[in-house]
Design a protein around this ligand. Sequence first.
Ligand SMILES: [Fe+2]
Ligand SMILES: [Fe+2]
Length: 384
Amino acid sequence: MSKSQDTHLQKVIRLITTAAANAALYHPEHRQVLRLNKQALNELHQLFNLHSTVTLKVIDGQLIFANTPVAKNLAVDRLLEALARNGIGHLQIEPDVYAEELLGLINILSKTPDKKIDIKGSENIHFGQIEIRYKNPASQQFADLDLDEIAASEADRFMDIYQSVRNKQKLEMAGINEIVNGFVNAFNSQSDAFMAIAPLRSMDEYTYTHSTNICMLNLAQAKVLGIEGQLLNDIGIAAMLHDVGKMFISPDILSKSGLLNEEEWQIMQQHPRLGAEYLLNTPGVPQLAVVTAFEHHMRYDNKGYPQTSRPWKQHICSHMTAISDTYDAMRTHRAYEESLETDQIISIMLDLAGNKLHPQLTYSFLQVLSGLDQKNEPSNYTTS
Ligand SMILES: [Fe+2]
Ligand SMILES: [Fe+2]
């Protein structure tokens, strides 16, 4: 296999497997799936310029193309797994393949059949089926993906759910539960949440991407504290929804590129109350999410907002969310402030521990951060 063939083949495999992962998360005709399908078809056509048909075989767990083993990587592994799940030992694609046919293949690869099914080929795509391996529970589907890949695609899915809130539609709690379950499952096999938090893609997407990031960071904090089970899930859900009140704030204020004036700041400060009220009236929302939405800007020293008329004891989840929130705001470049280096972030967070942030939880967070951030020198702060 020439280098050029190999490059095109690897791209085709990556595009098809990513499309299949998206089809599993959303639905087979989601715009991302269609976009990836189109790109995969273009790459296939490049490959057909060099090779008359594309035949992939699985021999001894190895993918073979043009009598040569295909170098393994995450996408190749994922394709092998999808083929195995569906009992496909042989896949042949002819040069006349068209978009709908390729989409059909992606749809098949996105599925986890729980019983024997005969997979039908199409005009230009042919399968050879072998014995099927069953019992790959759907809930484990995410566990095979990298956490950062889940985070990126879940940020997109979460964006759709959040957008429906802005459009005065019902909050889709089932979707949020599913997203958090996916994260919790993935955490069991991979725990580098700090590597997985999604980069900011545009100002408009800030709230969505930010919420997914806070979820990962809260789960990381909770896991270190030994929290498991339903409480862990609720902490993840609370994180996903902590800023839902921002959906009721004007986008002009949310995405303003400079500092907010006094009036705008007053409006912005209403988002915890608006979020909590909204969640309180939404069926299926855990109470912890309501509490966290209300308390996440209160600060450890109670000098934040909303102000309460009597002494207030905040939930540990609100403290954790405030820590994740502070960290994410500093590492993310916003229009009016520079993003900071990890060392600077650590030193600022140490300054905030005990006033804005809960001290012990902050030290615990920073320990996780320094342990996982392999690229940085170990930090020399103490936790005493
Ligand atoms: Fe907030
Ligand atoms: Fe936030």
